[in-house]
Structures are given as structure tokens and as C-alpha cells.
Design a protein around this ligand. Structure first.
Ligand code: ZN
Length: 274
């Protein structure tokens, strides 16, 4: 079997070692995991999730009377927090998820990336996606990279034209550095071809699949002192679903990804050696 998420992690290590713009990334603090995504369904190929953002400023929802402007109702104070994800003693800052088998079947000919990669092999669009996700990691502060506009201000849109062009430049830089084909050659194959070659495609997922660590809401306890206006109105509880907020390697499991479904594998030696 081929462990697809492990292969992507190893490829990312090679990319950050060869592409200076990405050399600040510590791959020990980046976790690659798989999500389900059928080839024939719409959706992202991959996503970069930041799990190192500090808690938000305390806030609350409120309602005002339209005529008098008086506060009529508000929620309890709450903050939003990042989940705590760590592997051994190492905290994870970013997680990058890949939709399987959709990512394996990405086609250059059906992508708008085509204009950048005329006449190049199909797998280049998968390499482009991998570099794209790494480029989302902000080098200066926790979070998703903000793109600077020509006038020096920051754009709220992290996907400007320059972002795509920078990614193409880094893909060329990586390929031009003559990486060992053993590191990237798995990108050449579709899901069906990998299935035939390796007798199965597996990847790391979270035990609660399809769920995975996400930012969550926490009600402040104790609640901050409120102004007079705020004590006069009705206070509604914030409904917080019971979810896991800390994750370790014990929450990771291996799943096999089939064309239209996936199944968790029981951890046995033979799967770890894939
Ligand atoms: Zn993106």
C-alpha cells in the first residue's frame, strides 16, 4: 500500500529544503492529513488550516431596539480558540488536508493553471497545489499569509494573481533543482494507477473522521464585568457543542481511500511499513 499523506509530507520536506521562500517552514510543525473527496465531485483539492492562532478578543452577540437604539438582548461573552494539536512533544502550527482520491486525479487540462504550464506533464498541477498550500503559511505571524498589494497595503484576499504566479515560480525553482524522482514520482499516477501499482492508497486521518480539529467557541468563565446598559438586558447562553479541543498522535488513524468510499484500517505492522 502507498501511504499518500506520508509521501506528501516527505515531498514537502524536500520542497522547503530547496525553495528559499519556503525555507522558514518547520515541517515537524505541519501535519498532513487526508479528507474524503470523490474525483467526480466539486470541491477543493487541498486546504491549509492554521491551528496556532491566539484566542480571539472576548466578544458577544447583541440585539438593539431599532427605534430607541437600546440594547435589548445579548449573548454571554465568549472567545474563539484554536484546538491544541501535538505530536509527541511537538505542537502543530498548521495542518494541510488533501481530498482523496480527488487530489490524485487532478488534471492539468481541466484546470486554469493550464495557461502557466503549457505542454508540461499532468502531475505538475498536483505539485502546484502542494506548493500553493505551503505558500499559505505566513512567515511573520501565526495565520494565513496576507498578500501585499502594489501600494504596500495588505489585501484581504489571500488568492490574488500574484499569489498564483509566485507559486508557479516556486514550482519551477523546485523542478529546476533536480529533485530525486523517488520523492515526487507518485504524483504522476491517478488513483486507479496507484491502486494497480500499490494495491491500495492509505492516508492519515483523525479518529473522528470526517471531522478534524477546528477553531471552537468557549464561554468566558467568569463573565467580565458588564456596563449598566448590558446588565439591563436579557442575556442568552451561547450554545457550544461538545467537541474535542486537544489532539495527539493517539487521535490519528490510517484509512484506506477507495474510489467512492473509505475505511479505517486496524493499525498493524504491515500498514505502518507502507
Ligand atoms: Zn489557497
Amino acid at each position: 500500500m502507498i501511504n499518500y499523506t506520508e509521501r506528501i509530507s516527505l515531498l514537502m520536506e524536500d520542497i522547503v529544503a530547496r525553495v528559499p521562500t519556503l525555507s522558514f517552514i518547520d515541517m515537524r510543525r505541519v501535519l498532513v492529513f487526508a479528507r474524503a473527496g470523490r474525483t467526480d465531485a466539486e470541491g477543493a483539492y487541498a486546504t491549509c488550516h492554521c491551528v496556532c492562532l491566539p484566542p480571539s478578543e472576548p466578544g458577544y452577540y447583541f440585539w438593539r431596539d431599532r427605534a430607541t437604539g437600546k440594547l435589548t438582548r445579548r449573548s454571554e461573552w465568549f472567545v474563539t480558540k484554536s484546538p491544541d494539536v501535538r505530536i509527541g512533544n511537538t505542537p502543530i502550527d498548521y495542518m494541510i488536508s488533501f481530498a482523496l482520491p480527488r487530489f490524485c486525479d487532478q488534471q492539468l487540462s481541466r484546470s486554469r493553471k493550464q495557461v502557466y504550464y503549457q505542454g508540461e506533464p499532468n502531475w505538475i498541477c498536483k505539485l502546484d497545489t502542494i506548493v500553493h498550500e505551503l505558500y499559505h503559511i505566513d512567515p511573520e505571524r501565526p495565520g494565513i499569509r496576507r498578500m501585499e498589494r502594489a501600494d504596500g497595503s495588505y489585501s484581504a484576499n489571500c488568492h490574488g494573481q500574484r499569489f498564483f504566479e509566485d507559486v508557479v515560480g516556486m514550482v519551477r525553482q523546485y523542478v529546476g533543482s533536480n529533485p530525486d524522482p523517488a520523492v515526487w514520482d507518485f504524483l504522476q499516477y491517478t488513483h486507479e494507477e496507484l491502486q494497480a501499482r500499490h494495491d491500495g492508497i492509505i492516508g492519515t486521518t483523525f479518529r473522528g473522521f470526517p471531522s478534524y480539529p477546528q477553531r471552537y467557541t468557549e464561554v468566558l468563565d467568569p463573565q467580565p464585568q458588564a456596563s449598566e446598559e448590558m446588565t439591563d438586558c436579557r442575556v442568552e447562553p451561547v450554545k457550544v457543542p461538545r467537541i474535542e479541543t486537544t489532539f495527539t498522535e493517539d487521535d490519528l488513524v490510517i484509512r484506506e481511500f477507495l474510489p467512492g468510499s473509505s475505511r479505517q484500517l486496524v493499525r498493524k505492522g504491515k500498514f505502518q511499513a507502507a
